[in-house]
Design a binder for this molecule. Structure first.
Ligand code: G3I
Length: 368
């Protein structure tokens, strides 16, 4: 858990006035290029931004919206049943407020990463905790968030549950009804946040993407038919170039979701480079090419209103945590994001700017 001192020092760093350099005034930032294209751009944020003032400054310059990585997750807000721990989430909210950033809350209800104490409760107790958690957390942040990931990753066919549902304490206690129950309960408290259903894998044609896409579309259909307060769909978009993918077909899929009056958020965008060349320049170029293929497809969809990277710098990517656990001796470090470990811009950032410019040109009024 982040130390309180590091958090408050970092929050102070994020509260410092923003001094735009001549360079930043000349060239558009990702947030500025996105805004010109009708897109809200941002990144997930965690304790690293509070411990590294240079990283905090990169968020300040390049983003419009922040997504809490762990600070608003159930296991971080409720590490033990007897205590709600809001200080980290509060610090991120304050840093966002002072810096004029929008904030996404990620995520209220997720069947993964549940703390052990929750798994030991009876079904009835889990239901009570479910309602209590939503009430306490949503009341605290009502009116202050751009959007909530109300439910994260509802599906995981590998859990072998009927209907492909992700198993976990919420599903085990309430079955599929937990999803609509969550959305209705949040909407009764927070009247302004965009309530979002967030899902993974749909961007690929691997067996996981092929199986989850129809399940998500069916759930969205049922939620809309029942009048559930659903406003947006988050497609995480942790791209996996080592697997088959058809990004134009994925764009058609999210376009159909958008046709239901829903906003579409590319909510956790990064690119797994494990199958790409060892040479850094070649790998960065290959990542940028995948980025262009994907964004040029999805940014043609008018319902796409947001692109959020999952961190900004390779140094703090979750892929590096995964590698530290699974392949600690590997000489290669993952490079999935628009900025490198030195917080320098990479070809992926230029590719993002080019795709955003394409979207903007699409929106330009027809020449007289
Ligand atoms: O900060 C503590 C550290 O003090 C402690 O010593 C250490 C002990 O394990 O844990 C550290 O916390 C870790 C935290 O990331 C750091 O930010 C947690 O163990 C670790 O579980 C947590 O992993 C996060 C994971 O979600 C689970 O919450 C990743 O950072 C985060 O990138 C990942 O994000 C998920 C999205 O929520 C959903 N979509 C997939 C995405 C990637 O897995």
């Amino acid at each position: 858990m982040i130390s309180r001192r590091a958090m408050l020092a970092g929050a102070a760093a994020m509260l410092a006035p923003h001094t735009a350099t001549a360079a930043s005034r000349a060239a558009p930032t990702l947030a500025e290029a996105a805004a010109d294209a009708g897109i809200i751009y941002g990144a997930s944020i965690d304790q690293q931004a509070f411990a590294n003032p240079a990283y905090a400054d990169l968020y300040r310059r390049e983003t419009r919206i922040l997504t809490t990585d762990v600070a608003m997750k159930f296991d971080w807000i409720r590490p033990v049943q007897e205590r709600f721990e809001f200080s980290f989430a509060d610090a991120i909210l304050e840093a966002a407020r002072v810096n004029g950033k929008l904030l996404r809350g990620h995520t209220l209800i997720w069947n993964d990463n549940a703390p052990d104490w929750l798994k030991r409760l009876s079904r009835r107790e889990v239901e009570r905790v479910f309602d209590e958690h939503i009430d306490r957390v949503v009341e605290r942040y009502a009116g202050k968030l751009h959007s909530w990931d109300v439910v994260n990753e509802p599906f995981w066919p590998m859990d072998r549950q009927s209907g492909g549902w992700r198993n976990g304490p919420w599903y085990a206690a309430m079955g599929p009804s937990y999803v609509e129950r969550a959305f209705r309960r949040v909407a009764a408290i927070d009247k302004t946040a965009h309530l979002t259903l967030n899902e993974a894998q749909c961007d690929n044609d691997h067996e996981w993407g092929r199986s989850i896409r129809p399940l998500l579309a069916g759930l969205v259909e049922r939620l809309r038919d029942s009048g559930a307060p659903l406003h947006a769909i988050g497609l995480q978009s942790h791209l996996q170039p080592q697997w088959p993918a058809d990004y134009p077909a994925f764009a058609d899929y999210i376009g159909r979701l958008g046709d239901k009056g829903l906003e579409i958020y590319i909510s956790e965008f990064d690119i797994n480079d494990q199958s790409l060349p060892d040479d850094v320049a070649a790998r960065d170029a290959a990542v940028a090419a995948v980025c262009s293929q994907f964004l040029n497809a999805v940014l043609r969809v008018p319902a796409v209103k947001m692109v959020v990277n999952w961190q900004l710098s390779d140094r703090y990517s979750w892929y590096r945590d995964v590698q530290r656990r699974l392949a600690p001796l590997s000489p290669r470090l993952p490079r999935p994001l628009p900025f490198d470990e030195g917080l320098q811009s990479k070809p992926m950032r230029a590719a993002m700017l080019a795709s955003l410019a394409m979207r903007r040109s699409q929106q330009a009024p027809p020449r007289p």
